[in-house]
Design a protein around this ligand. Structure first.
Ligand SMILES: Cc1cc2nc3c(=O)[nH]c(=O)nc-3n(C[C@H](O)[C@H](O)[C@H](O)COP(=O)(O)OP(=O)(O)OC[C@H]3O[C@@H](n4cnc5c(N)ncnc54)[C@H](O)[C@@H]3O)c2cc1C
Length: 347
């Protein structure tokens, strides 16, 4: 497993649980900031399938009753999970969540090498793989009969093998994690989505009390300098930011793309390495976990060609759903950001 995020850990749990010898090689020590913290109620199903639902519930994440959306209109409306059969959604401490999944992989029998990066992966004459890995203790080698690319949006293993990246847009997110100005002040714990002419804002209070703000727009120059201008255009989000302070603005890729192919002889990709989604669809971690499970099952049943087709078909359905979301906002039909997304529906 190259990468120990949600997708890599999910695949490791299924494979190790089935008796395979599995190593998860993860660059980080599960100690840095990770982006993406809102989980839909349906995540319960896959966490139960991975046998980590009890660990998850014991981990101090915040239940989320729903989201607020100023989308298609300036006043926010509530989109509650009250009628969802799987209960509430969740706002997770992402570092703790990923670390919990790594513990789940260890409990299933996998070896997790954190603080270790895969630098190189070379095909062997026996059809296996030789991997060069680097940790604080230097470089060493690993051999594997099958490699899973779970490296996230970089999809570095697929790309090194010649897999093509099919890119659908150039969305980025400007992300800032702020501290509360007044500790313990009462705040609305629901995530808020607010559309503006140039893109859309997401904001949510994290379990540790900090506020995450993200502005999704198309990549351009001088974006950080436009933070305040963009924030003023979103009064509901600006009101949240007004009771928080600090934090640096980081620009990260948030576009939709998929790898082509996502599987081949002795390898496949899961999670964002296989297909990365627009955050508006709220699919990221759920997809990472589900594709980790289905990818592992495909390896176990020697059905990787079918997996490749399934990922492509599911991504096509996602693109249609994405357009439906964007078409629900029609206040700025001539603004380039919205025109590009409304146009997708017709193409
Ligand atoms: C702005 C933004 C907001 C988002 N918000 C949400 C949200 O609220 N809810 C949601 O569900 N999703 C959200 N997402 C998406 C979500 O974060 C991703 O879909 C999810 O993290 C994908 O999981 P993954 O395991 O495929 O990849 P990742 O989480 O990226 O994990 C990949 C892992 O591989 C490791 N790695 C990479 N290269 C190597 C290497 N060479 N050797 C060893 N290790 C390596 C990395 O350290 C990392 O731990 C958001 C995305 C963006 C861009």
């Amino acid at each position: 497993m190259v990468g120990g995020g949600p997708a890599g850990c999910a695949a490791a749990i299924v494979l190790a649980g089935g008796g395979a010898e599995v190593a998860v090689v993860e660059r980080s020590a599960y100690d840095g900031i990770r982006i993406g913290e809102t989980l839909p109620p349906e995540v319960r199903l896959v966490l139960e399938r991975l046998d980590v639902w009890d660990r998850f519930q014991d981990d101090g994440h915040t239940p989320s009753p729903g989201i607020l959306a100023a989308w298609g209109q300036p006043e926010p409306y509530a989109n509650d999970f009250i009628v969802n059969p799987y209960g509430c959604g969740w706002r997770v401490d992402r570092t703790r969540f990923d670390s919990m999944l790594a513990s789940g992989a260890r409990a299933a029998g996998a070896v997790v090498l954190s603080g270790t990066a895969v630098d190189r992966c070379v095909r062997q004459p026996d059809r296996g793989w030789a991997l060069t890995v680097t940790s604080g203790e230097g470089s060493s080698s690993l051999s594997a009969t099958f490699v899973v690319d779970a490296t996230g949006r970089s999809s570095s293993f697929c790309r090194a093998l010649g897999s093509r990246r099919v890119v659908h847009d150039r969305m980025v997110a400007l992300v800032r994690i702020m501290s509360p100005a007044v500790e313990g002040a009462a705040v609305d714990r629901r995530a808020l989505i607010e559309a503006t002419a140039d893109g859309w804002w997401y904001s949510a209070w994290l379990p540790d009390g900090r506020l995450v703000l993200a502005f999704q727009t198309d990549a351009g120059t001088g974006m950080r300098a436009r933070w305040d201008e963009w924030l003023v255009a979103a009064p509901q989000t600006a009101a949240r930011a007004a009771v928080a302070r600090g934090g640096e603005v980081r620009v990260i890729t948030a576009n939709s793309h998929r790898s082509e192919p996502v599987a081949g002889d002795g390898w496949l990709a899961v999670g964002d390495a296989a297909a990365a989604h627009d955050p508006i669809c709220g699919l990221g971690i759920l997809w990472a976990l589900e594709s980790g499970v289905t990818g592992a099952e495909a390896i176990r049943s020697s059905a990787v060609a079918r997996y490749d087709v399934d990922v492509r078909e599911r991504f096509e359905r996602y693109l249609t759903t994405r357009t439906v979301y964007y078409r629900a906002e029609s206040r700025w039909p001539d603004a380039p950001f919205w025109r590009r997304r409304h146009h997708d529906a017709a193409s």
